[in-house]
Design a protein around this ligand. Structure first.
Ligand code: P6P
Length: 337
């Protein structure tokens, strides 16, 4: 049995990857792991709360209103960041505008965090995996002042770190700081994230594609042709492939990271920019994908190169195994009218 390596040990051991690191990023990553454990606990009891102890909107015995789980998660992460002293401001799916922390210690924080506190939260009701996604940037605004919108609207290539927490059959935290991707599984009996998936690499190809095919008639002809290709029978290329769509981005992405595959959320007639958000869904997962030898594109551009202009900006999203994504990009280029 190999030695257990906790996330805390791993972060400290890797601290020397940052020549000028004086521990702030290590502390920030640790803060995220602590908040994730608390959210994991709340997610695990959601079914009980919603069906036995009172649903959202109900008033509990203390006279407090039962909050939706994504609001609870959002508040948990914001509280952790605001009190941690490393973060000067945040942007989150749950907040229309960004939040600049005005306490003296936070204003000295070097980082901003953009996150989706509980992506896929509508799946809680049907007990399907959900996740937290986060992205960390160095601030642009001067240390000591309030965070600005400019701090939040940076290209994905500027990310210092990115990761996700998957609240699935087990709770896993997967992250990168630009030096590869590593996965940690929460051992609830000791309350520690333990290194379970070192040096994660996405297989170059796979027989799994992931898309809400209800959108198939509304998307680019090149994507339609790719899905047809996946569904045709051709034993020499292992087709037909398998369609797997959980409807929870973190879970669908994680499967692609482990087994290979492609996830597509295209532009549709009803949503010209697609559904997924660039800043706190697509960019962090794109950083992880590229660090694991995968690709992330909007169909024309590398996701990480896109200059954001709005906090909640949406982009079409094609992410996964290198050979599969490149095949889709070729079909899009070939069928561009
Ligand atoms: P649809 C969840 O709402 C989410 O943002 C992602 O987690 C998921 O992949 C996608 O939307 C599902 O969207 O339109 O297929 O229900």
């Amino acid at each position: 049995m190999s030695k257990i390596v906790t996330l805390q040990e791993f972060i400290i051991d890797r601290q020397n990857e940052f020549p000028f690191a004086s521990g702030e990023l290590s502390r920030l990553l640790n803060d995220i792991s602590v908040a994730s454990k608390i959210v994991s606990r709340d997610v695990r009891k959601a079914g009980l709360v919603d069906h036995i102890l009172g649903t959202h909107g109900a008033v509990n015995i203390q006279g407090e209103e039962q909050q939706k789980l994504d609001v609870v998660a959002d508040n948990q992460f914001i509280k952790m960041f605001e009190n941690g002293g490393e973060v000067c401001g945040i942007a989150s799916e749950e907040n229309d505008d960004f939040v600049a922390f005005e306490n003296k210690a936070s204003k000295k924080g070097k980082y901003v965090v953009l996150f989706d506190p509980l992506d896929g939260s509508s799946n809680v009701d049907v007990n399907v995996s959900i996740g937290t996604i986060f992205s960390i940037y160095k601030r642009i605004s001067p240390v000591g002042e309030s965070a600005t919108l400019e701090d939040m609207l940076q290209e994905g290539t500027k990310q210092i770190a990115a990761g996700y927490v998957l609240y699935g059959s087990s709770t896993m935290l997967v992250y990168t700081t630009g030096h590869g991707v590593n996965g940690f599984t929460l051992d609830p009996s000791i309350g520690e994230f333990c290194l379970s998936h070192p040096n994660m690499i996405m297989p170059e190809t796979s027989r799994i594609y992931s898309m809400n095919e209800g959108n198939i008639d509304q998307c680019h002809l090149g994507i339609q042709k790719y899905i047809q290709y996946c569904q045709e029978e051709d034993k020499s290329t292992g087709r037909p492939y398998s369609g797997r769509y959980i409807g929870s981005l973190v879970a669908d992405f994680h499967r692609s990271l482990i087994k290979g595959g492609i996830y597509i959320y295209p532009a549709t007639n009803s949503s010209a920019a697609g559904k997924l958000r660039l800043l706190y869904e697509c960019n962090p997962l794109a950083f992880i994908a590229e660090q694991a030898n995968g690709i992330a594109s909007d169909g024309k551009r590398r996701i990480l190169d896109i200059k954001p202009n709005k906090l909640h900006q949406r982009v079409p999203y094609i992410v996964g195994s290198k050979k599969m994504v490149n095949q889709v990009l070729e079909l899009i280029a070939k069928n561009d009218n």
